[in-house]
Ligand binder design. Sequence first.
Ligand SMILES: Cc1cc2nc3c(=O)[nH]c(=O)nc-3n(C[C@H](O)[C@H](O)[C@H](O)COP(=O)(O)OP(=O)(O)OC[C@H]3O[C@@H](n4cnc5c(N)ncnc54)[C@H](O)[C@@H]3O)c2cc1C
Length: 546
Amino acid sequence: MSDATHEVLNQPEPLVGYNLFAAHTALRDALKFNAPCLDTAPLSVLGERLGTPEMQLHARLANVHAPQLKTHDRFGRRADLVEFHPSYHALMQAAVEAGLHGTPWVGEGSPHVLRAAGFMLFTELEPSVLCPISMTYAVTPALRSNAAVYADWGPKLTNRAYDPALKLWRDKAGLTMGMGMTEKQGGSDVRANTTRAEADGEDSWGRRYRVTGHKWFFSAPMCDGFLILAQAPAGLTCFFLPRVLPDGTLNGLRIQRLKDKLGNKANASSEVEFHRAAAWLVGEEGRGVPQILEMGTMTRLDCALGTSGLMRQALALALNHATQRQVFGKPLVQQPLMRNVLADLAIESEAACALAMRLARAFDRKDQAYEAAMARILTPIAKFWVCKRGSHFAQEAMECLGGNGYVEEGGESVMARIYREMPLNSIWEGAGNIMALDLLRALRKADAAAALAQELGPAQGAHPALDRLAAALPQRVEEMATEVEARRRAQDVALAVQAALLYQSAPQAVFAAFCDSRLAGHWGHAFGTLGGGTDFDLLIQRALPR
Ligand SMILES: Cc1cc2nc3c(=O)[nH]c(=O)nc-3n(C[C@H](O)[C@H](O)[C@H](O)COP(=O)(O)OP(=O)(O)OC[C@H]3O[C@@H](n4cnc5c(N)ncnc54)[C@H](O)[C@@H]3O)c2cc1C
């Protein structure tokens, strides 16, 4: 006789052992649209690996066993080390092997689109480790402004080798980089930075400075080097600051403590102080903000990609549950009202994916004026809108699982982890208002209205609500919104561009449901309020993870 108390009934099997890429129809269609010639075989290999029980276990363990800060060794000497669970390193290694860090900068064809798709898929497994991966990807355009440092570090930022050891750059096969802008008195308004830099001569890496001050948020302090902002004689300036100095000694970077965060548990976000740390000039003295924003632009792309990945993961979990759970005599997925909720989530997830992947394409083709204009406009749009929708989305997906969605059980249930992660992409790398205000600046450029019209052109005549919005946009752009209207403007542009993209890359039913609900107003303020004429079957079938 078993000692079990009862038979466990009507609980779904977990979503594991499937190919995340094969299951993501919307992503595959977005790839066909943005990079028709792309060889997607590497994504299939990655998708298979990410869905394995082994990788899912790593994701759980890396989050449950949060990083630990070791400020001193047992003899009292400064150590400034962060210790991670082995699963963290396994995830980092997998991300680097997949080329999600610096590889697009040496790739050909559509390397940013390829990497964007991989990044989105990896987010479905675990987003925290992607913080240092994203910064290592993003740093290249800014770091190139110090040609000597870039010549030494560039090849190792793109190499598919992960080496977590605290060693001299020369002795490592692969390097990672982070960034330090935010100080206690200002994160959005970095001109308020008080960290100061004093000139300290010149060497083979160019003009060297000594930096004294702090950073209030400094994610991934175990990276090999950082771009930071500090006040130099000519004003706020961007610097390259390595952890280990060229002579092999540790730089003056002290990790004060790790942040106790809502989510993003596997990532060691820290507070640091600089004690006359050696740093080298990147770009021009006094031009630090535009210089470091070349990095920020790329991390903003990753915020949109990351949230799209989290949405997809939450949707897949909700569908996995709804197809297996029986309520009132039939599977949850067959209950008409639940079908409305799931279909509405599927539309949102697909629209987020379409917008984020479209933005990635702009970075592959930035040598074309139109694509450069779209990169400028769509970066704040995608970061603002996709990330803003994320938390609302996660709550609704969680509710599809009922009480199970709210329970974590040592990280075994992933939905709560997604929910805690969701707000972050909206806050860091420029919070929502900052993105909306940035859009206003982007729209002031002479070519903005024409570029937007060109972007929406292919969908002209496809839906009356999109035509109305598209017709109104040029005037709204010309008239220029005041700051108080900036979010409204960002929402308008985001919805119009998403609709036009879905027209070109998704089935007609997805496009029609998006326009009917998001543009023609046939929906409410909660998910699950699509009109009765929606093709629920198609929307749900298309999104099923298996
Ligand atoms: C987990 C985590 C990790 C991080 N890692 C890093 C890192 O590695 N490096 C780094 O440099 N930073 C990092 N950050 C910091 C992050 O980028 C900042 O928190 C963010 O930019 C907001 O800055 P702040 O916190 O100083 O808020 P504030 O600048 O005070 O902003 C508060 C609110 O005011 C709004 N706001 C600001 N100005 C205006 C305005 N003019 N009009 C209207 N609204 C406005 C903002 O949108 C925001 O909603 C991290 C943050 C978190 C949470």
